[in-house]
Design a protein around this ligand. Structure first.
Ligand SMILES: Nc1ncnc2c1ncn2[C@@H]1O[C@H](COP(=O)(O)OP(=O)(O)OP(=O)(O)O)[C@@H](O)[C@H]1O
Ligand SMILES: [Mg+2]
Length: 149
């Protein structure tokens, strides 16, 4: 018999607090449970405009205003609290930087078998198209991407 071509060991979900990302969290948890996979819930704090160019590298979490990282932590905690995580190995990740780039790098690092993200996110602009993070992830990911509404 042929080897299965899609074995799911690592599921990465992008969490930004939006309803779509909550949906992504639920879907990713189900995928992880049904496959005995590790669930990686990743939230990225986008540094305030202007923090980049000048110093050339992203600020460390401690250099960021505490309220920003605290707020993101709360977002992740509230999403996690709503999930049924029984029987799932869960890794929560909070990092600072450009969300799309960081999500892509993280997925590569853990050899993700699927990334689950919302079509849109917490951005305030009403869109008919994909959000910018979703757009970049779909274009550049090295693994299958599941977009949830
Ligand atoms: N900072 C983040 N950390 C983790 N995942 C994120 C982050 N931002 C977005 N995502 C993921 O990407 C999905 C799409 O969000 P995206 O940011 O592309 O849309 P948007 O906020 O509506 O648009 P934009 O940010 O371009 O204004 C979200 O539902 C979430 O799954
Ligand atoms: Mg966004």
């Amino acid at each position: 018999m042929k080897e299965p071509v899609w074995d799911v060991h690592n599921v990465v979900a992008g969490i930004d607090g939006s309803d779509q990302s909550r949906h992504a969290a639920t879907v990713s948890a189900d995928i992880a449970r049904k496959n005995g996979a590790t669930l990686h819930l990743v939230t990225i704090v986008r540094p305030p405009e202007g923090w980049w160019g000048i110093v050339g590298s992203p600020p460390t979490p401690s250099a960021l205003s505490k309220s920003l990282t605290d707020a993101q932590r709360e977002i992740l905690d509230s999403v996690v609290a709503e999930l049924d995580l029984r029987e799932i190995e869960v890794i929560q990740v909070e990092d600072v930087g450009d969300p799309a780039r960081m999500l892509l790098e993280y997925a590569d690092k853990v050899d993700a078998d699927v990334m689950v993200i919302g079509r849109r996110g917490a951005g305030l602009i009403e869109r008919i198209m994909l959000g910018s993070v979703a757009n970049r992830v779909v274009h550049d990911a090295q693994c299958p991407v599941l977009l949830v509404p």
